[in-house]
Design a protein around this ligand. Structure first.
Ligand code: ADP
Ligand code: MG
Length: 321
C-alpha cells in the first residue's frame, strides 16, 4: 500500500508546486472564502495551507488519507463532477512521500488532527483551530532519493508555487488568497474582487487601464476574460493565463490561438498580457489527459481556436486596435 501510494505520488505530486496545487484545489472544493499559504525554501522544506472551508470530521480525515477515498464522486457519474478533484489520490500520495499533518474542524464540532510520516501514522488527537482545515507538508521527498534528485532549486520551486497561486487566484476572484514565503508576504488579494482587478493585481497594476474585457459566446462555448491592449505588451511570455472550465491550463492550442489573434499587432518577441477563460460543456473537452490536469483535449479544436482568434480580434477592434 505504501509503495502503491509512493508510485502514484510520482504522477500526482512531482514537486512542491504540484502538491501545493492539490492542497489549494481541495480548499477551493471545500468552499473556502479565504486561503492562506506559507512556504519555506520554495516548499521543499514546508508548505502550509490554511482554509476556512467546510472542514472534516475525525473519521473523514482518516478517510482522506486512504487511496481513492474521495467525497466528490456523484454516483459514479464522472461527467457530473463540478469539483477540481475527484480521484482521491492527492492526500495519500503526498502522505507517502512527506511528513503530512492534517488539522481540521467542522463548524460546531471539535477539531482533530492526524499526522502521517512517509505513509506511517505517527500521531492523532484533538486540535484547536477555527472551523476549516490546516495542512502542513514537510520535507517533501526527503526520504525518496530517486525523486528528490529531480527537484530543482528552492528558487525555481518557489517560482512554480507563485505561478500556481496566481492562476488559481485568477480563476476564483471570489476567494481571498495570501501567499507568504519565509515569513514575507508576496501575494495578498481580498475576496470578492472584480476579475479585471484581480488579474491586474496579479500581473501588472496598469493593466486595468490598458485592457479590454472579452465576453464572447458561440453556441455553448463562451470566452471571457481580460486582454491587454497590443500597446501594453510586455516582453515576458509568462503573463498569459489560460483557463478551461475554471481550471488553469497550459495548452499549446490555446497559446497558439492567442498568438494568432495578436499576430500582426505586436512587435516581434512581445507578448500580450492576458487572462482568458474558455467555458464549454463537459462532453466537449477532456481536461484530465494528465493527472496534473494542465493539458486539455477539445472535441472540436477548430471551433475553440476560431473563437479565440475571432473573439479577441473583435474585442481589440472595438477598442480601436
Ligand atoms: P480528491 O480531491 O480527488 O477527492 P484528495 O486526496 O485531494 O482527493 O482529498 C481527499 C478527500 O479529503 C477529499 O475528497 C475531501 O473529502 C477531503 N479534503 C481534502 N482537503 C480538504 C479540505 N481542505 N477541506 C475539506 N475537506 C478536504
Ligand atoms: Mg484533491
Amino acid at each position: 500500500e505504501h509503495l502503491v501510494n509512493r508510485i502514484a505520488a510520482g504522477e500526482v505530486v512531482e514537486r512542491p508546486a504540484s502538491a501545493l496545487k492539490e492542497l489549494v484545489e481541495n480548499s477551493i472544493d471545500a468552499g473556502a472564502k479565504r486561503i492562506s499559504v506559507s512556504l519555506s525554501e520554495g516548499g521543499l522544506s514546508s508548505i502550509d495551507v490554511v482554509d476556512d472551508g467546510c472542514g472534516m470530521a475525525p473519521g473523514e480525515i482518516a478517510l482522506a488519507l486512504e487511496r481513492h477515498a474521495t467525497s466528490k464522486l456523484p454516483d459514479d457519474a464522472i461527467e457530473a463532477v463540478t469539483t477540481l478533484g475527484f480521484r482521491g489520490e492527492a492526500l495519500p500520495s503526498i502522505g507517502s512521500v512527506a511528513d503530512l499533518t492534517i488539522e481540521s474542524r467542522v463548524r460546531g464540532a471539535d477539531g482533530w488532527h492526524r499526522r502521517v510520516d512517509h505513509g506511517d501514522l505517527v500521531g492523532e488527537g484533538p486540535a484547536a483551530l477555527p472551523p476549516g482545515t490546516r495542512i502542513r507538508v514537510s520535507n517533501l521527498f526527503a526520504k525518496v532519493p530517486a525523486r528528490r534528485k529531480f527537484l530543482r532549486s528552492a528558487r525555481a520551486e518557489y517560482a512554480a508555487c507563485v505561478d500556481v497561486i496566481k492562476r488559481l487566484a485568477m480563476a476564483r476572484p471570489d476567494i481571498g488568497f495570501t501567499l507568504e514565503h519565509e515569513g514575507r508576504r508576496v501575494i495578498l488579494v481580498a475576496p470578492d474582487e472584480q476579475r479585471v482587478d484581480r488579474v491586474a493585481a496579479l500581473t501588472d497594476r496598469d493593466l486595468a487601464d490598458n485592457s479590454v474585457a472579452v465576453d464572447f459566446r458561440r453556441e455553448a462555448v463562451s470566452l471571457t476574460g481580460v486582454a491587454g491592449l497590443p500597446t501594453f505588451n510586455r516582453g515576458v511570455a509568462d503573463h498569459q493565463f489560460l483557463f478551461v472550465n475554471g481550471r488553469p491550463v497550459k495548452d499549446r492550442l490555446l497559446i497558439g490561438a492567442v498568438r494568432g489573434a495578436y499576430q500582426d499587432m505586436l512587435a516581434r518577441d512581445r507578448h500580450p498580457v492576458i487572462a482568458l477563460f474558455v467555458d464549454l460543456p463537459g462532453d466537449q473537452v477532456d481536461v484530465n489527459v494528465h493527472p496534473a490536469k494542465t493539458e486539455v483535449r477539445f472535441r472540436d479544436p477548430g471551433l475553440v481556436r476560431g473563437m479565440i482568434v475571432g473573439g479577441l480580434r473583435a474585442a481589440l477592434d472595438e477598442a480601436g486596435h
